[in-house]
Design a protein around this ligand. Structure first.
Ligand code: PEP
Ligand code: MG
Length: 588
């Protein structure tokens, strides 16, 4: 039978190309499970059945943690799984199931579903007091238990060589369990760049595409599949010529990676001698070594919100201090920009009940707005940052600043915190630089005013583009409009850079745009001082900068503003820069 060719588009979650045979995992939530009333005589047996499922689930998770350790994946990722392990020993879940079995005389599956429903409801009723833990984690643990109870295997990890995993969703445990010798890559229907699954795939350096919507229903077991984690494509049952094209691409990708890794730690100096600083973005303190090994000259964005996730209490001052000190010490003498909490919005599903109910969370109580409302929680973090600044080169950055009042209030809280530390005789860097993310269009358009109050800017294009073009990045119907080269976006960026320089302050970019080499010529041409990107893009951006002539980039940038559409701008960059250099072509 001729297998049908399909090309599926998703989100490139982890770079690289995998060509192999599909193993389709049944990871959809189990909707149908037995609901049975039992006699009192059966309560003991039913409880034992439940305990066996708990033990089996624990064993599977411990195995997954070992897999992660074998691959030297950062501790924080194993910590996600340890949280799952803890849930399996938590009487709030296990005790409640036992109680329901014995008091209501119902079978274990039914009791488990009721107990999980109660816990999820509790999450919903949490006020904005503390972040408990993620609802997703409860769901993953519940699903594992349920599958073990009804004897349905969670995932068939007894794999043949050259497997490509296709699933509706993968839990962090599933991802961690993937045997790197056999699994070449994976693709899922759901998920985004910031989901834990993508983060673990990155750490395992395994090509992955997520958010494909219906891959698990389209792909059949045994289908040949190409997972292109660079451009976010999955090709099902490719033609012979597509396979050889992608084999060639995979070879070029690997040899380029190898070449770039060798040069990663050398500085990026353009052909005409301008040094371009390239920094790294960081989510977990454990990733700092990876980011530095990839050639980062400092941390341009430390996203501290991950400290707040996956724990059953809000981080205390010591948690903050310990995490930041470890990073700052490892990165010094280079600088670390610690961004204050940016929870909320659609990026991380927050357990803060109040946020959950917002009609439009991306425009709601997010980031600095949340911090200025919860000043005490904010001050705990600021104390941690300030104390860490005593141990190395540190800067503070406020996210989502939209106007002057907000900035002044944030600075006021910072000053109050400094005063408290002074009174207590606790040392910190008195001259710690303070900057802001420019990621709200209103901030970009008053960048000249804001520049008088800060020591640096960092342009957050992920949000700036979303807000400037009025498109919800997560909305599949409009995300085709998400366009970094939109003339409006480029004007906002240019105005921000010029405003910073007119006030004598440096300006960096830390959104995804900074890590895409096609944009490097125009960003350097517009005068950006520093680019900060994920570990895996650092060596690419450095290499791109080495191949450019800054003067040519300036001319290119000047001419951009006459052009009317993103597509024409894209064509112009290709014509003027890319097509003229085969070296540059190879990098794209
Ligand atoms: C941005 O908005 O560009 C940014 C870097 O911040 P985040 O992706 O964390 O929202
Ligand atoms: Mg942002």
């Amino acid at each position: 039978m001729q297998r049908q060719v399909h090309i599926l588009h998703g989100v490139p979650a982890s770079a690289g190309i995998a060509i192999g045979y599909a193993v389709v995992l049944d990871t959809r939530k189990i909707e149908r499970y037995p609901k049975i009333r039992i006699t009192s005589a059966l309560v003991e047996d039913e409880t034992k059945r439940f305990h066996d499922a708990v033990s089996a689930s624990k064993k599977q998770i411990i195995e997954a943690i070992r897999e992660l350790e074998n691959h030297n994946v950062v501790k924080e990722h194993a910590f996600i799984l340890e949280t799952h392990l803890m849930m399996l020993s938590d009487p709030a879940l296990t005790g409640r199931v036992e109680q329901l079995i014995s008091e209501e005389n119902i079978n274990a599956e039914w009791a488990l579903k009721i107990a999980l429903g109660e816990i999820e409801k509790d999450f919903e009723s949490i006020g904005d007091e503390y972040i408990k833990s993620r609802v997703d984690d409860t769901t993953f643990v519940g699903e594992r238990l349920l599958r073990n109870l009804i004897g349905k295997k969670m995932s068939g990890f007894h794999l043949l060589e050259n497997s490509v995993i296709i699933a509706h969703d993968l839990s962090p445990t599933d991802t961690a369990m993937m045997n790197k010798e056999k699994v070449l890559g994976f693709a899922t229907d759901v998920g985004g760049l910031t989901s834990h699954t993508s983060i673990i795939a990155h750490s395992l350096e395994m090509p992955a595409v997520v958010g494909l919507k219906n891959a698990s229903s389209i792909v059949s077991p045994g289908d040949k599949v190409i997972v292109d984690g660079i451009s976010g494509l999955v090709i099902v049952n490719p033609s012979e010529s597509q396979v050889s094209e992608y084999e060639q691409r995979a070879r070029s990708y690997l040899s380029l990676e190898l070449k770039l890794k060798e040069k990663a730690k050398s500085p990026a100096i353009t052909k005409d001698g301008k040094y371009v600083k390239i920094k790294g973005n960081l989510e977990f303190k454990e990733e700092v070594k990876t980011v530095l090994d990839h050639g980062a000259e400092g941390i341009g964005l430390y996203r501290t919100e991950f400290l707040y996730l996956n724990r059953n209490r809000i981080p205390c001052e010591e948690d903050h201090f310990e995490a930041y000190k470890a990073v700052v010490e490892a990165v010094s003498p280079y600088n670390t920009v610690i961004r204050t909490l940016d929870l909320g919005g659609d990026k991380f599903y927050s357990s803060l009940g109040e946020l959950k109910n917002e009609m439009n969370p991306v425009m709601g109580l997010r980031a600095i707005r949340l911090c200025l409302r919860e000043v005490e929680i904010f001050k705990v973090q600021l104390r941690g940052i300030l104390r860490a600044s005593h141990y190395g080169n540190t800067s503070i950055m406020f996210p989502m600043i939209s106007g002057m009042e907000e900035l002044l209030r944030a600075k006021e809280v910072l000053e109050e915190t400094k005063d408290d530390l002074r009174k207590q005789g606790i040392p910190f860097d008195e001259n710690i630089p303070v900057g802001i993310m420019v990621e709200v269009p209103s901030a970009a358009t008053i960048a000249d005013i804001l520049a008088t109050e800060v020591d640096f800017f960092s342009i957050g294009t992920n949000d700036l583009i979303q807000y400037a073009l009025a498109i919800d990045r997560k909305n599949e119907y409009v995300n085709y409009l998400y366009e970094p080269l939109h003339p409006a976006v480029l004007r906002l960026i240019k105005f921000t850079i010029d405003a910073a320089h007119n006030s004598g302050i440096p300006v960096s970019m830390c959104g995804e745009m900074a890590g895409r080499v096609i944009y490097t010529p125009i960003l350097l041409g517009m005068g950006i001082d520093t680019l900060s990107t994920n570990a895996f893009s650092i060596s690419h951006v450095k290499e791109m900068a080495r191949k450019l002539n800054i003067e040519k980039c300036r001319q290119l940038a000047e001419n951009l503003f006459q052009i009317k559409t993103a597509q024409e701008i894209y064509d112009f960059i290709n014509r003027e820069i890319v097509d003229k250099s085969p070296d540059i072509c190879a990098l794209l």
